[in-house]
Design a protein around this ligand. Structure first.
Ligand SMILES: Cc1cc2nc3c(=O)[nH]c(=O)nc-3n(C[C@H](O)[C@H](O)[C@H](O)COP(=O)(O)OP(=O)(O)OC[C@H]3O[C@@H](n4cnc5c(N)ncnc54)[C@H](O)[C@@H]3O)c2cc1C
Length: 395
């Protein structure tokens, strides 16, 4: 029998976990897998926050993963290309430079799109952390000046109005983490007293999708470290020296941005996505209209946490869902249940562990600050980087 064809778009947290699960459940004789990504190497994004306390030339090597031998070992075809279009009826993916690619099942894990242009005056020349080249730039500037007014700002997330509960931001964790790591770095250099640090978010509480216990603990942590917090920010514009909000103006010497985010730009206008480029799915990550399409990770059209951990869990559920359809086996599959899971580095080999499903209607809220979560995160990173995301025990 001819093998089936799986195409995976994107090879970071979501795409890599999909591939790991597909290869655990299907041999190369049963399933041909092709992965398409515009980057040849995978960046382990949680490590990018160390732009705040690491020299620029030492930042990227430990978190840049070459995947070529991984693809070879698992008999996966990799195309280094940009996906430009999708024809869900003819089951074809179009890329910038390869011929249209047919599939039997498609997994989309291309994440959201950073939209610097959504705030007047903000552009790529501002400092960021979300991609390797931005973090390296930030690490370089951090070597030049360690005094003055530092602002860490997260731009709004363009959510679909259908999302419940309502969310205003996508990725606060690295923002808070980088502010705390910068604070710890300045304290080590004895320059903290000649600096101010401010965190700005459009959400009404920091740690928006955590419950009240986690929000209170993060606020307390910021206050203990003399980091000013501004919530409910409505950005009007950015100049080279000020961030203008509707009600006040924040002067800055340096600002680090997690930029505004929308759904995938390449999907805007596609029938597969909603009006903002997010892909609707059911709780098994399956598209409501095309049953051979799954979406995982940041690109899904839900108020679920836009986090690597969530992307990995969604990958497991989506692949098992499709696997069940291919086999006669019918075990009960648990749907995706959103929860916030953070291990937030706070400096000096400490981290805040936060787990909560209260925002999504549950009643679990745990928070713990200490060294154990820091070492747990280090171990996870070590295992992830060395095994290219194919962990012996996957979340
Ligand atoms: C600085 C930082 C720190 C973070 N820390 C944590 C953390 O500690 N814990 C945690 O759980 N989460 C963390 N996150 C969030 C986490 O990184 C994201 O939620 C996760 O990366 C989402 O994975 P994804 O696979 O859905 O999408 P992405 O990571 O966005 O990957 C999408 C991939 O698709 C590719 N792609 C996109 N469009 C195209 C196209 N048109 N053609 C071809 N390829 C394309 C991209 O090149 C990319 O490789 C952090 C994020 C950042 C930015």
């Amino acid at each position: 029998m001819k093998p089936q064809r799986a195409v995976v778009l994107g090879s970071r947290f979501g795409g890599l976990a999909v591939i790991s699960w597909l290869r655990r459940l299907f041999s190369p004789g049963e399933l041909e897998i092709t992965v398409i990504d515009q980057w040849e190497e995978m960046i382990f994004r949680p490590g990018l926050v160390h732009a705040m306390d690491t020299a620029p030339d030492r930042l990227m090597p430990p978190i840049t993963l070459s995947l070529s031998s991984f693809w070879k070992r698992h008999k996966i075809t990799s195309l280094h290309d940009t996906v430009v279009d999708l024809d869900p009826d003819r089951r074809l993916v179009s890329t910038a430079t390869h011929p249209p690619l047919p599939y039997d099942v498609l997994f989309i894990a291309t994440g959201g799109t950073a939209r610097w242009d959504k705030i007047p005056g903000l552009d790529l020349s501002h400092q960021g952390l979300c991609e390797g080249y931005l973090a390296r730039h930030t690490a370089t500037l951090n070597r030049r000046s360690t005094e003055g007014q530092f602002v860490f700002a997260v731009g709004p997330l363009q959510a679909s109005p259908s999302w419940t509960p309502t969310v205003h931001v996508g990725c606060e964790c690295p923002l808070i983490e980088s502010a705390l790591l910068w604070d710890a770095h300045l304290r080590r250099l004895n320059t903290r007293e000649s600096s101010s640090i401010t965190v700005i978010t459009p959400a009404s509480h920091i740690a928006e999708v955590g419950g009240p216990v986690i929000q209170a603990r993060v606020e307390e942590l910021l206050a203990e470290r003399q980091i000013r917090l501004i919530t409910k920010a409505q950005f009007v514009g950015v100049t080279p020296s000020t961030i203008n909000l509707d009600r006040h103006t924040i002067p800055y010497d340096r600002a680090v941005w997690v930029p505004p985010m929308t759904g995938a730009q390449w999907l805007q206008g596609s029938p597969v996505a909603d009006d903002w480029g997010w892909i609707p799915t059911d709780e098994y990550l399956n598209h409501p209209q095309w049953s051979d399409i799954y979406a995982v990770g940041d690109v899904v059209s839900h108020a679920w946490p836009k986090m690597g951990h969530a992307a990995m869990v969604q990958a497991r559920i989506s692949v098992h869902h499709w696997h069940q359809r291919q086999t006669a086996r019918r075990t009960k599959l648990r749907p995706f249940a959103p929860q916030l899971l953070w291990i937030l580095e706070t400096g000096s080999k400490h981290a805040l562990f936060a787990l909560s499903d209260v925002f999504y209607g549950g009643d679990h809220q745990w928070v713990y600050h200490g060294q154990t979560p820091y070492w747990a995160k280090q171990s996870f990173q070590w295992a992830y980087v060395h095994r290219r995301g194919a962990l012996p025990i996957m979340p």
